[in-house]
Design a protein around this ligand. Structure first.
Ligand code: HEM
Length: 495
């Protein structure tokens, strides 16, 4: 028999305490009844920290450790916002496929507005949709080949004109690659007179790029020193380029944006802001990818030699097939398959990219990720870098292996949903075909023309910068010192 009088006061206190604590730490009752678990949540250790410090200091470590502890989906409270991070290939692929439940996040519009200074009237204008559609068409695999052809011509003339430091003197690999890619890209897309060719434009552009992630992650632009000043300088320079008659030789990509904007009643400033939105990934992402390809390859035991050998052989075969042809531009426009270079590019994009795809759970009715219930309106971030570093998919993922994606090596092929440097689903990068073509063409042209070697007497190191994550290529922290000279070729194989 159970008698209340048998329960003494200390036991009553202890059992009540257990009941209260149990209620506090048990997942919500509704979740239990729906047999869905509540997402594990990571908060800042201290109330005055706006972001869990580990996420800012070493994002790779943060995502690896948090996924190890909590599984492939978890919520993080940062900057007064709750974001749900997903780090596993299968779950991300499911999110990409389910565009009814996972819709475009309004935060994407917000970051574009804050970063590029789009006024609200631009965001609500139907012209924006028309411009996105024209960009989609002009960057499609069929149409992009004409842009790449002009990139090959511009790249060749820039490489020819390049002045190198005196023999034996080293230089930084980063400015060598970025300047070259910067000029070739702006000239091919915006026309040869683009203001971007001025050193002041270049300087303002990189200052803008450095600060952009802070604004994109929610910091008001006016609170990031210099951000608006640099952005507005870039906008003004683009406007003056557009107004200069002799500079109207840009690509279809640019001229369609301009004419859609003009016909839709947009101001010069509106049009310049859209063009800055095209210029930024064009100049910041693909050039950094080329830098990483060279930097990683130079630090690999085989160096650049296997790539140079493959390209040289292709060049000789191409000349045999095209008797009389002796021109790198024509070769670059007609590149054959280069399996090793393709694999090295895929590996660079796996190893050195960090791409977030953002989604919002549809406002009507929640949905689920795996066994977790998500509420309407919740913000989801697909962390594709975690997939790229997943040792269940990639053997020794922290090693740069240029042969990893060669199909004949006998290693199991990587499923397509495990290689996502360009994001995926409804928000996949529009510029991906152009970006890969550009990395290929400029790498071939540079390796045909120059010998690039690490300067062993003045070694320098480069690592991944912890900031600027989620927007494509990781920016470098540091640089490599290299010696660069022009290649000497037998007379008959010169350009
Ligand atoms: C290696 C080079 C590049 C990388 C790694 C890269 C990566 C990305 C990523 C991760 C996204 C977001 C994807 C998502 O939300 O799922 C994106 C979006 C985008 N990228 Fe790129 N990008 C590159 C080059 C370019 C270039 C050269 C252009 C333009 C010429 C470009 C234009 C765009 C545009 C317009 C979007 C927005 C797509 C949308 O929201 O509908 N990207 N890119």
């Amino acid at each position: 028999m159970f008698y209340w009088e048998n329960i003494n006061p200390p036991w009553l206190i202890i059992t009540s305490l257990i009941a209260v604590l149990g209620a506090l730490f048990t997942p919500s009752w509704s979740a239990i009844f729906r047999r869905k678990a509540v997402l594990p949540t990571v908060r800042s250790r201290w109330p005055w920290e706006s972001t869990p410090r580990a996420l800012e200091e070493d994002p790779d470590k943060f995502f690896a450790e948090t996924s190890g502890k909590h599984g492939p989906a978890f919520a993080v409270h940062a900057n007064g916002r709750k974001m749900i991070y997903v780090t596993n290939a299968t779950l991300i692929a499911a999110i990409y496929k389910n565009s009814k439940s996972f819709v475009m996040s309004p935060l994407q519009g917000l970051w574009a507005k804050n970063c590029f200074g789009f006024p609200n009237r631009m965001l609500s204008s139907p012209v924006l949709g028309d411009i996105m559609a024209s960009m989609h068409r002009d960057l499609s695999p069929k149409v992009v080949s004409s842009l790449l052809q002009s990139l090959a011509s511009e790249g060749c003339s820039i490489i020819d004109a390049r002045v190198l430091p005196p023999a034996g003197k080293h230089q930084g690999l980063l400015p060598f690659i970025l300047d070259l890619a910067f000029d070739a890209s702006t000239r091919s897309v915006f026309g040869p007179g683009m203001a971007a060719l001025s050193p002041a434009f270049r300087e303002a552009f990189w200052a803008f790029d450095t600060n952009l992630p802070r604004v994109a992650f929610g910091c008001p632009p006016q609170k990031v020193p210099g951000f608006e000043k640099h952005r507005e300088y870039l906008v003004t320079e683009i406007i003056s380029t557009l107004k200069d008659e002799k500079h109207h030789e840009g690509s279809e990509l640019v001229s369609s944006c301009i004419s859609l904007g003009v016909n839709g009643g947009w101001s010069d400033s509106d049009i310049a802001r859209i063009l800055l939105g095209i210029l930024w990934p064009l100049l910041a992402n693909a050039p950094n990818a080329i830098f990483w390809l060279f930097a990683l390859q130079l630090q690999h035991p085989d160096g650049l030699k296997p790539l140079v050998d493959e390209i040289d052989l292709a060049w000789e075969l191409w000349r045999k097939k095209n008797p009389g042809a002796n021109n790198y531009v024509e070769f670059a426009k007609d590149l054959p398959e280069l399996p090793l270079l393709k694999s090295a590019i895929d590996e660079t994009l796996r190893y050195a990219s960090s791409s977030y795809s953002m989604r919002q759970v549809h406002e009507e009715g929640g949905t689920a990720i795996g066994s977790y219930l998500l509420q309407p309106g919740e913000q989801v971030v697909c962390v594709t870098r975690s997939v790229h570093l997943d040792e269940n998919i990639y053997d020794d993922p922290l090693r740069y292996d240029p042969n990893r994606f060669l199909t004949h090596t006998g290693s199991p092929t990587v499923p397509s949903h495990a290689h996502m440097p360009f994001g995926g689903g409804i928000s996949i990068c529009e510029g991906r075909h152009y970006a890969v073509g550009k990395i290929r063409i400029l790498t071939v042209l540079i390796l045909l023309e120059f010998v690039i070697e690490l300067d062993g007497r003045s070694p320098a190191t480069v690592k991944f910068a912890p900031d600027n994550r989620g927007f494509g290529m990781i920016r470098p922290d540091g640089d490599l010192n290299v010696k660069i000279r022009r290649r000497s070729r037998p007379a008959e194989s010169q350009k």
